[in-house]
Design a protein around this ligand. Structure first.
Ligand SMILES: [Zn+2]
Ligand SMILES: [Zn+2]
Length: 425
């Protein structure tokens, strides 16, 4: 039993799982580049005020999930619970909006929310996301949706579905809320306790409830899409039109709302279903008023984010495999003199960019060969004391078990040739 443990709601990501994380991160970077997004890096903490203003005071995040603290000068600071508010702050503070009409930015990093820990949900979690600032056209909504779908396809998730909805704007949202409230008001007894609270503060969020009893009851909800204002209706129509011409399959889901108050018009999720289980792997949408809310000019924007914990968990459940990161070669010297020779080889081959390991321990050959199997290396080069006299070693191909003598003076060139050939494909 160790004396120290990770804080509740956090976890260590051990090397075996890191391979999946690196794969996801690398693919995301490639996709962002394909769509011409540039990376932005912002601090992990911000002034508390930014999130109060940016996220909306009636959300769960603000009311009970923020990590707030005071620094030594009594400033109220908060560990970021999401990425968008910080990106918008940086965008305005650095005057990017005055330099370019359209800014396409992506970010990644840890986020912090004081939530009840459960499977795949942590108090420190990791997100990657992107924002299109200056997104006037409905095309930009579709491009973000296309990017998200493209990305999850690339990391090998199965059964992908795109769900879209429109949550309206400040003009039509009050009408949507009224319509919803008049229906729900007569049926409050059918709702869970959380939903009865949301009824007063944020009735739209009731649609998002995962409680099975609430879900049963939602089947009877009135359709709210017909109360959108003319502008929201047209925008929603245009987004669907672009999705159609780009041949991106989607489903209109009138119950889709997001946990953040700043969304306007388009909201979307990508769902991955496999073996009957349905999982939202990302969510996003348009936020036409946030930049102004945070003190900037009126600039429309759209973006999305996904959680790496969730993506990796779904990959594991769907048995997605990623290319391994095993050493190519293991050097097995037997005895001190052979060890010196192997150390020289290791140094030279690593500078030729060949990943390798050297087992310099005093163990016997059979124990060392077990390590080779465990590492999953392609080749083993055995340098015995006897062979030092002949200035050669035994190269063992771990795929077919065949072994052949290779002279020291030929070894470096031979390994380079083999590695190049194996990594050409
Ligand atoms: Zn509207
Ligand atoms: Zn509920």
């Amino acid at each position: 039993m160790t004396k120290y443990t990770v804080p509740r709601g956090t976890r260590d990501i051990l090397p075996a799982e890191v391979a999946l994380w690196q794969f996801v991160e690398q693919k995301a970077r490639e996709i962002f580049r394909l769509y011409n997004f540039r990376e932005i890096r912002t601090p992990i903490f911000e002034h508390t005020e930014l999130f109060l203003r940016g996220i909306g005071e009636n959300t769960d995040i603000i009311s009970k999930e923020m990590y707030n603290f005071q620094d030594r000068k009594g400033r109220s600071l908060t560990l970021r619970p999401e990425g968008t508010a910080s990106v918008v702050r940086a965008y305005l503070e650095s005057n990017l909006h005055k330099q370019e009409a359209l800014s396409k930015l992506w970010y990644q990093g840890p986020m912090f929310r004081y939530e009840r820990p459960q499977a795949g949900r942590y108090r420190q979690f990791h997100q990657m996301g992107c924002e299109v600032l200056g997104a006037v056209s409905a095309y930009q909504d579709t491009e973000v949706i296309a990017l998200a779908q493209h990305f999850f396809e690339t990391i090998g998730l199965r059964g992908l579905e795109v769900h879209i909805n429109s949550v309206g704007c400040p003009i039509c949202r009050p009408v949507i809320k009224e319509r919803l409230k008049s229906f729900l008001g007569d049926n409050l007894n059918n709702l869970c306790e959380d939903c009865r609270k949301r009824f007063e503060t944020n009735p739209l969020r009731i649609l998002d409830c995962k409680n099975p009893e609430c879900n049963e009851f939602f089947v009877m909800l009135p359709d709210i899409s017909d109360v959108l204002c003319a502008e929201c209706k047209e925008h929603y129509h245009d987004v669907q039109n672009y999705l159609n011409i780009m041949r991106i399959k989607y489903m209109v889901n009138p119950r889709l709302v997001r946990g953040l108050d700043y969304y306007t018009k388009t909201v979307f999720e990508v769902i991955s279903s496999h073996l009957g289980a349905q999982n939202a792997v990302c969510g996003g949408g348009r936020y036409d008023n946030l930049i102004q809310e945070l003190g900037g000019p009126s600039i429309p924007a759209v973006g999305f984010a996904f959680g790496l914990e969730r993506a990796v968990l779904i990959m594991q459940n769907q048995k997605v495999t990623v290319p391994g990161r095993t050493p190519y070669l293991l050097l097995l010297p037997l005895g001190e003199n052979a060890g010196n020779r192997a150390a020289i080889f290791a140094n030279k081959l690593r500078r030729k960019n060949i990943p390798l390991e050297i087992d310099i321990s005093g163990r016997g050959l059979s124990a060392k060969l077990k390590t080779a199997n465990k590492l999953g290396v392609r080749y083993v080069y055995i340098l015995g004391e006897d062979e030092l006299v002949d200035k050669c070693g035994q190269l063992k191909d771990m795929r077919d078990g065949r072994q052949k003598k290779i002279r020291f003076d030929k070894f470096l060139a031979e390994m380079e040739k083999k590695y190049k050939k194996d990594n050409r494909s």
